[in-house]
Design a protein around this ligand. Structure first.
Ligand SMILES: C[S@@+](CC[C@H](N)C(=O)[O-])C[C@H]1O[C@@H](n2cnc3c(N)ncnc32)[C@H](O)[C@@H]1O
Length: 192
């Protein structure tokens, strides 16, 4: 991930934890509930998974490492043979890596491995650039971008995050959204 506050060391494995309001903002537009079976493949300490569960979804959590919470240990970028057909959504805040390269690969594999809804929390300009248009402009599943108008606090005591983020949402296969993704704005507070 590219979020490195100057007075904090870079986190091992990019363990930056998503404040619950950011996931609530996603669910206001793409609700989940009982009957949703969701894969969180970079689950960390389940900050996203817990919000999904609070809304009634069943969540399978995996991560390359195990922190304070138990999950399956799977390197999402390496594992080839995964039985994934049972999930109707994949939602995560993945590691970004240098130049966002891990995030791009995460997005490509997420779309390969989940035929249902895919939602990834990424930097606000992640959809720019010619080399990513297979994920966005040219992708019939690309359905929405939810720009977060408030900044996520990744570190305890951090009140001045320097980067903006957005949720990118892809719909189920085969999709029919080429070039017509919705643009949504959301924040910490529920709009009046
Ligand atoms: C930005 S944190 C997000 C954690 C959690 N999803 C959240 O939003 O609070 C990224 C997570 O990706 C995990 N991770 C890094 N490389 C990974 C890989 N190759 N496969 C699976 N998980 C990975 C890290 O261990 C870390 O928990």
């Amino acid at each position: 991930m590219t979020v490195v506050a100057s007075n904090y060391a870079r986190k091992e494995n990019d363990l930056y934890q998503t404040e619950p309001w950011a996931t609530e903002a996603l669910l206001r537009h793409f609700p989940v509930g009982v009957g949703s079976f969701i894969w969180e493949p970079a689950a960390g300490n389940h900050m996203i998974a817990d919000v999904l569960r609070k809304h009634g979804a069943s969540v399978f959590t995996s991560d390359i490492a195990t922190y304070d919470r138990q999950n399956a240990q799977i390197d999402f970028l390496l594992s080839g043979e995964l039985e994934t057909g049972m999930f109707n959504a994949l939602i995560t805040n993945p590691p970004y890596g240098k130049g966002n390269r891990q995030a791009v690969r995460f997005a490509e594999l997420a779309l390969e491995r989940c035929d249902g809804w895919v939602a990834l929390l990424l930097t606000a300009k992640f959809d720019f650039g010619k080399t990513r248009q297979h994920l966005f402009r040219d992708n019939p599943r690309y359905a929405a971008k939810i720009a977060l108008v408030d900044r996520i606090q990744w570190f305890p005591g951090d009140t001045s995050g320097t980067e903006d983020h957005a949720w990118y949402v892809w719909g189920p296969v085969p999709g029919n959204c080429c070039g017509s993704a919705r643009m949504i704005y959301e924040g910490r507070e529920v709009p009046a």
